[in-house]
Design a protein around this ligand. Sequence first.
Ligand SMILES: Cc1cc2nc3c(=O)[nH]c(=O)nc-3n(C[C@H](O)[C@H](O)[C@H](O)COP(=O)(O)OP(=O)(O)OC[C@H]3O[C@@H](n4cnc5c(N)ncnc54)[C@H](O)[C@@H]3O)c2cc1C
Length: 288
Amino acid sequence: MDSMLSRAAARLVAGRWIAGTRADDALKDAKAFNSRGIKAILNNLGEAYRSKAKIDSTVSNYMYLINSISGMRLSASLSVKPSQLGLLVSEKELERNYLKITRAAKKNGIFVWLDMEEHDTVDSTIELYRRSIKYGNTGICIQSYLRRSMDDEKRIVGDGGIIRLVKGAYTEPRDIAFQSRAEVTKHYSSMMDYLFGHASAFMIATHDMNMISKAMRLEKRSKKRAMLGMLKGIMNREAVRLAGSGEDMNIYVPFGPDWVAYSYRRLTEAGHTSLILRSLMKRQSIDA
Ligand SMILES: Cc1cc2nc3c(=O)[nH]c(=O)nc-3n(C[C@H](O)[C@H](O)[C@H](O)COP(=O)(O)OP(=O)(O)OC[C@H]3O[C@@H](n4cnc5c(N)ncnc54)[C@H](O)[C@@H]3O)c2cc1C
């Protein structure tokens, strides 16, 4: 019963967080965000695929997005999940698909992010990423809730990689991940300091206004410009404001029929009913 209720709640709120079921829905959102000075990060929803048909159709969708972004002259990048490109089949299958997308994107001047998933995929995701840094159009998500992440960050920055810093969206064990919001945020803050001190390009991806304000202070002090990132439907109005004030604002726009896992994570984060209700009551426009 509980899971039926959560599924119903997820379906209700999913419309706010997800562009729609088709790639064209995401392209339409990207165009609307671009008109407000915001770049889009497009993600085809779906994860933990073992079926070759699902993996191949995901790769085709990303190839379609690359051609469309280029044809429509949109300011948009892609963000792909290792487990939707074949990680659970074999690392070889993943690498083949990821490189196919990355090379096609590079030909069209499009940037490709690697999403980060559960902790047991971190090593293979980082190794795959390190092999792709030479292409020059790739970045990787790193999660501050993982105790190991500062070391990973230093290694990736040392290799010339580009990091998108997030807090982390999965439920992870205590020995591997910080559990309290305060610890996760403290680690996020230190990892942000390191990026401003040592990296030339990186994204501060959060809706935590304290962290965003800190990033803006560090931008002034360091004369470096960070990319800022948010998820569609959480703080669109704030994103529009930040873009208007000259920040390099990016919004993650997911689409596709496999919306359940993503929506559960957003529901869990919204945490308490008042946030969910506020989310539901706001208009579903890019200004909401
Ligand atoms: C561009 C981008 C890419 C991401 N990519 C990944 C990835 O690849 N892997 C990964 O594990 N995670 C990813 N995430 C998700 C991230 O890890 C967090 O789960 C998510 O951003 C919430 O954390 P927060 O930093 O906003 O801070 P929090 O402390 O969780 O939230 C700060 C404030 O934001 C608001 N808020 C946050 N979430 C919600 C919500 N669902 N509904 C309503 N209000 C909300 C609340 O006001 C809250 O107080 C990504 C996030 C962004 C912005």
